[in-house]
Ligand binder design. Structure first.
Ligand code: N01
Length: 549
């Protein structure tokens, strides 16, 4: 990059969101664009999270771009749920196929982004000393790009290597003959644990909260199934976009409490056997709102855990009892529970034996079973500073020099999860207060990019230089987001959806729980009404109350 490069748009990130944004803005709108990513390659989350066992938890034919019929027909997934290497190959293929690489700058981090209101441009600096400006700043920085490093006393005194699942070494890690610890039993921990257990001399899993993991049901993709999918892709994508979470499911019944015990068990067992998110998203709608209904699924899962883990005391520790099912994102597993039947695997319950500190030779726990666990390596599977973390680390300052960190000091404030008052021309793809993690990511990213591209075209046709939501529209979106979530069980549980996994982070709902179809309708309505709720060059864009919700 050259000094003071002037562009129409800068896209942050070269994952699913960033690649598509670059393609649309450059090739559909004809803008001058650069995508900037701190990684050494494209792929976003799939570039970094290359730990053994990493794979998508939405079926590959669904967890993929829909924008190009040719791409859909050409690409062949080898497994039902592709592993990280295959998804990364897919994204590399997309970068090549659409000739995106020439406008992607890698190994470069944005260190500051400052709005210059006089010129109506974002001025950006990078960690390699570049300075550039752009009319539009498009964040495709993702929700899972800032690893959350736990505050563990003495971590820097440990004699062996410390790995993070979110920043796995490119060459892999050989744990043969090693005594290894994994801290964390979320989706990442549950995927990596069986793989490390199969290789290491001894594995100690440090669990703070037991999770409701259900079988992924992975396998080779049946060619006949793949052929049927490809023949029906338009319909499948339409059904997906009409579904709450962007998946082609349609068997959900309203209430788990309205059917007999026998029928409910049959449905749960069928979904369990089918794998994927069927049990979570395609059984009963009231699992998310009614504790009694939720209990039926939770107990079904606990019973399956008890069947699979030989030692009853270990099985009980692995049974979640302190939060309802699916109020943390439910992990999908392959052989996770059987891992604890190995003689070489030990489970440490951090509720009764918290970590006191990391010592040079391992981990010291306290409490009833307090002891020193001798270790050669530690793996942190401790999650992410999700949603807001990547945006707040970019040094974003909007109108009048106000920092995004200050504006969001008590949690994110956005309109539609897409834009923020006081931060003109900053678009956040799958940003906080949008359905994001509750909407099949490639489709969610495409929807946002298509919306913002239409919006930018609209602005350019009318000679408008600045767009931002009104303070009122932003306020009302926050109220609407809370109202939609008020009946749901999810906000009661501490999780990264609530920001409560990061010490000091304000506890606030970070996702929109109204579902993809309702959300898509709202975004379309806003645009159809002339971008109601937005200010164009400081003036309300459309007549009306200032917001649609
Ligand atoms: O992170 P998490 P993740 N001491 O936050 C524990 C996506 N994803 O990386 O629950 C001890 O879910 C923490 O304990 P607790 C997916 O959207 C998808 O696993 O806070 N333990 C928890 O057990 C997912 O939701 C796939 O009590 C500590 C774990 O670490 C999201 O990424 C695969 C601790 C963190 O779990 C995040 O998943 C992987 C501490 N100080 C990820 N701090 C797919 O399958 C945290 N923990 C596509």
């Amino acid at each position: 990059m050259t000094d003071d490069l002037e562009l129409d748009a800068v896209v942050v990130g070269a994952g699913f969101s960033g690649l598509y944004a670059l393609h649309v803005l450059r090739d559909r709108l004809g803008l001058s664009v650069r995508a900037i990513d701190r990684a050494g390659g494209v792929g976003g989350v799939w570039y970094w999270n290359r730990y053994p066992g990493a794979r998508c938890d939405i079926e590959s034919y669904s967890y993929s771009y829909s924008f190009s019929p040719d791409l859909q027909q050409e690409w062949r997934w080898s497994e039902r749920f592709a592993g990280q290497p295959e998804i990364l190959r897919y994204l590399e293929h997309v970068a090549d196929r659409f000739d995106l690489r020439r406008d992607i700058v890698l190994d470069t981090r944005i260190t500051s982004a400052t709005w210059d209101d006089d010129r109506a441009r974002w001025v950006l600096t990078t960690d390699i000393g570049d300075r550039l400006s752009a009319r539009y700043l498009i964040s495709g920085a993702g929700n899972l790009s800032e690893a959350a490093t736990p505050e563990l006393d003495g971590l820097d005194t440990f004699d062996g290597p410390v790995y993070s699942t979110a920043r796995w070494p490119r060459g892999g890690v050989d744990f043969t003959g090693k005594r290894v610890a994994v801290i964390g039993t979320g989706s990442s921990g549950i995927q990596v644990i069986p793989h490390i257990a199969a290789q290491a001399a001894h594995l100690t899993v440090f669990q703070r909260t037991a999770n409701y993991a259900t079988p992924i049901g992975n396998g080779t993709l049946d060619p006949e199934f793949a052929r049927l999918v490809k023949a029906d892709y338009p319909n499948l994508r339409r059904r997906s976009r009409d579904n709450f979470a962007g998946l082609p499911f349609d068997l959900q019944s309203p209430s788990a409490l309205a059917v007999s015990d026998h029928e409910r068990s049959r449905v749960y067992q069928e979904r369990w056997d089918q794998g994927g998110f069927r049990l979570f998203l395609d059984s009963y709608a009231d699992l998310f709102f009614d504790e009694k209904a939720n209990d039926t699924a939770a107990e079904f899962i606990r019973d399956r855990i008890r069947e699979r883990v030989t030692d009853p005391a270990t099985a009980e520790l692995l049974c979640p009892t302190d939060h309802p099912y699916a109020t943390k994102r439910p992990p999908l597993e392959s052989g996770y529970y059987e891992t604890y039947n190995r003689d070489t695997v030990e489970l440490v319950d951090l509720r009764s034996s918290p970590i006191q500190r990391i010592i040079p030779r391992g981990i010291r726990t306290e409490g009833a079973a307090g002891t020193d666990h001798a270790l050669d390596a530690i793996v942190l599977a401790t999650g992410f500073d999700g949603f807001t973390g990547p945006l707040l680390r970019m040094g974003i300052r909007g109108r009048d020099g106000r920092s995004l960190r200050e504006h969001w000091s008590d949690g994110p404030h956005t309109y539609l999860g897409l834009m923020t008052h006081g931060f003109p021309n900053l678009f956040t793809i799958t940003g906080p207060q949008s359905p994001s993690q509750f909407y099949n990511h490639p489709l969610a990213a495409e929807d946002h990019v298509d919306w913002l591209a239409d919006c930018i075209s609209h602005l350019r046709e009318r000679g408008v230089d600045r767009i931002e939501p009104s303070a009122e529209a932003e306020h009302r979106w926050g109220e609407h987001t809370d109202e939609v979530a008020s009946g749901a069980l999810l906000p009661r549980t501490d999780s990264w959806f609530m920001g409560s996994n990061v010490p000091g982070k304000p506890r606030a709902l970070l996702i929109y729980l109204g579902g993809a179809p309702a959300y898509r309708r709202i975004c379309a309505d806003v645009a159809e009404r002339g971008y109601q709720g937005f200010l164009f060059d400081g003036v309300p864009a459309a007549e009306g109350p200032g917001a649609t919700v």
